[in-house]
Structures are given as C-alpha cells and as structure tokens.
Design a protein around this ligand. Sequence first.
Ligand code: CA
Length: 541
Amino acid sequence: MKRVLMGVGLTASVAAAAVAQQMSVPAGLTLGSMSRVSPVLKAERTKENFEPALMLPAQQRAAQAKLEALFKKTGKRPNILIFVVDDLGYGDVGAYGGGESLGAPTPHIDRLAREGLKLTSTYAQPSCTPTRAALNTGRLPVRSGLITPKLLNDTADISGEILASKLLSQSGYRTGMSGKWHLGEKDGSRPWQVGFDEFYGFLGVVNAYQEEHPNATDVANDPKLLAELRSMPGDRNVWRASKEKGAKPVEQINWENSRDLDQKFASFSEDFIRRAAKSGKPFYLSHNFSKVHYFNEPSKAFVGRSATKDVYRDSVVEVDDIVGRLTKLLEELKIADNTLVFFTSDNGPEEDSYPETGVTPFRGAKGTTLEGGVRVPGLFWWPGMIKPGRVSDGLFDMTDMFNTSLTLAGIDATKAVPTDRYIDGIDQTGLLLADNGESAREAVYFWNLDLFSGVRWRYYKMSTSEVQVGSGNVRDFGGLDNAQVLTPLNSYMYNLYLDPKERKSILIEKAWAPSYALGPLVALHGATMAKYPPKVKIRYR
Ligand code: CA
C-alpha cells in the first residue's frame, strides 16, 4: 500500500497530516484520480477540471442504450422538470416516513417514489442560495461565490457562471423558471439574463417581502414604518420575462398576496409545459416553490387541509397537490415517458419558526452541515425509463443535476464547459436509468459558507467543523439565527448507518478511515481549490 500511496506523493502519514491541518495540500499532490491515492478509493478523473467519478461502464452502456431507443421513438431529446421545494424536511414526505404520520399526506410526491427511484442520500447545501447555485451551475457555492442566503437589495451575482439552462437553451431546449430565484436580484444576474428563456417568479426570498406578517406587530401595527421600509431599495416584484418579449414586473409581493404565489407559479408552469409540448421543442423547467419557507399561509383552498390545520402542514398539502397537477399534465399530454422529473428540497427544515416547520430524522436542521441540514428528499420519476420502486442510498449531490441534465440533452459537459473552471457535479444517468444503477459519486463535500466542514465517503462522514444552532441548552435546532461554529480538537467522524444522528465521534477508533479514505479525499478536494481558485476566500478551520 505504501508504494501505491507514494506513487502520487501522498503517504498515509501525509494524508493524516492533511486531516489534522484541515485540508492543507501536501506538496506534490496533483489532480490525479482518487484511485491513485489510496487503494480503497476508486473514482477516476477523466478531465482535470471535472470531479472524479466511479467507472461503471456496463450501467453507462445500459443508460445510453435506453436514451438512444427513446430518441429513435420520439425524435427529440427528453424534457426535464425539476421541483425544488423551499425548506421542506427530509421527513415531511410520506415516502420518507412523514406524510400521513404527520397529518399531512403527500400522495402525489409519494407516487414519484413508488413509480420511480427514491434516493436516501441526496445532498443539498445548508441554505437556499448556495443550493440553487450548485443545482444550476454544477459547482460548489465557494467556487461560484454564492455562499450566503441573500436578503433584500442583495449583491449576489451569478452572471459569471455557466448555467445548465444556458447550455440547454443554446442546444435547442426551451428553458423556463417558475417561482423563487434567489440567485441575485441585480441587473445582469436575473434568470432571463443568464440562461432561462422564460421566467415567472420573484428574485429573492418570500419572508423578506412579508414585513407586515400578522405576528410581526412591530411593523404590522405601524403603517408609517411599513411605508418607510417599502420605500427602500430591494426588488419585491413578481416578474414575467421571455427572451422574445423582454421582462416586466407584474405585481409587488406583500403579506396579503403571498399566499397565492404558488398557485400562480403552478399555472405558469402548466402553461409553459403545454406551449413547449405543442412547439415540438424539448423543455427544461425548474419549478421552484415559494412554500414551505416561512411565513407560510396556504392559499384559501388549502386552509385546514392537514390534520393539525397549521399553516406549515396545510402548505405541505398544497405543495403536494401542485406536484400532482404538473405530473398529471405530463400524462395528459402524453409526454411523461419523455420527461425526467426530479423532486427535491433546497435544504433541511428550518426551525426558526418551530414547531410549525419541517421534520427530519437526522440531527440538526437548516443552516448546518449536520445531516439534518443538508440531506434532502431526492426522487426521480420517468415512466418507462426508470424502473418503478427502486431505492438507492448511493450518494447524489445537487451539483450532479448539472451534468446529468447535459447528458440527457446530448451535450458533452467536458467540451461545453471551459477549462478555466472546476465542475463538482458528476453525470448520474447510469444511476437513474440502468435497472440496478449505482451512484457514480464516491464522496460528498460539505461547506458552511466559506468554511470547509467535511466529507462523506460510503457511510463514513468526517466533520472538521460543525455549525450548531440554538440557544440555552438546546444546541441542535435549525435555523440561521443563533448559529455558531464548533471546531473539535480532532475532526468528528461518524458511521452514518450505525449513528445517523451523528452523536458520537469514532475518528481515532477507526483510524484507517481518516488515514486512507477521508483524509486523502479532503487533500484532493483541497488540491482542486488550489488549482482552480474559488471566487471567495475559503477557510479550513
Ligand atoms: Ca431554503
């Protein structure tokens, strides 16, 4: 083993030192394949600026054969429909143990699991903007610079990035975005300026527009203050935009009208799908719910629809109903067999407004890289293409949707993306389409804002730091308020199968794992940051 490790200049002791030093890159470490660094690591790097992937040629061939057969039948590339719910918990969905047991059944989302592929280890980032950046660009937020959730009058700028929607639009897709954007409200960073042919939605986050929420009596009962706040810069509009007709604001969001936003976004998405189907062009539609981010207020038809009649669970029922409307529309239009549907959430449940919030079986929640903060539902549905009822615990990172979408569109990501930037995503068409497909991802890396916080490999997770949230003696609540960073003497390491709640570190007890797997992975990840400097200054501890 020593010879193998020495071969790329990384000895076991150097790897361990890399862990201790939190990702300082050993001298001489080049961006080779993971498999060259340690015999327990198997991923191969096929291009220097792309994340190494597990080589699974048989399932890759099976997936390609299915795609080619479908192309022969339909004469066009498949449609892609992505559902992103805001702050929905892993445990809210019936298929993941919630639903009926929480008084808010999710039959339409559960159907996607029953008839498709349920992933149990899908990873988002700890909050809204970073996850949406990762999903759209295939790059970790530190690379694109979009590391924090943005508020009013924000300065976020995604214009220097290449979005999947841009590449798909250029290759003949009709690309649309419905609902929440949250990747920059400034001119130049808006969805219709960076790759979406059509947009109907808002640019930030809904609670920023709801200052006069009835429980916020400091503003609700002070009309003068409210008027002053509303006179300040910050975009509160719902925009309607298309590349043919340009962009125009259609209404300003306030507490009263925010309850109906998701119904309006659903109507837009229905219309978009109908028009795209009629046009004969394939479509890529990202449907981003305003719900179930606080402050929730279900639209009138959904008030009292959950057992507990609370605003959060009524809103879960509303989200589920909209998922049902759009997936049934695909069937009515007879395009379901040519449309990949992906359902997910942008982070774990927020708990600032606990207990009318989401649920997770894991420790922590939104705002942390504990499993509760970043492990989200991940469902894929594609009748005739994905074998029904499959379940996989293979690793899936939100960045993988970038590469996977390009592959479905027949675009070679390694040719379409310039060599000046690093792509963290991995093509997962083999996992989705081969009947027993496995994940091509060997590791998931965790970041809290600009701070590296750990890596998962197989069922081991090493955390170099943890964000803990809460007050008093309660330290595992989730939210962005009251968060603090905890840096352990050693890194923490957990066996997520034996210890899914990340309760007890076993780093020293299982010394081989940090030495031969997790440490080298961290060092290699650090080497990618050194070779392709991220847009923000990063910290390791
Ligand atoms: Ca969110």
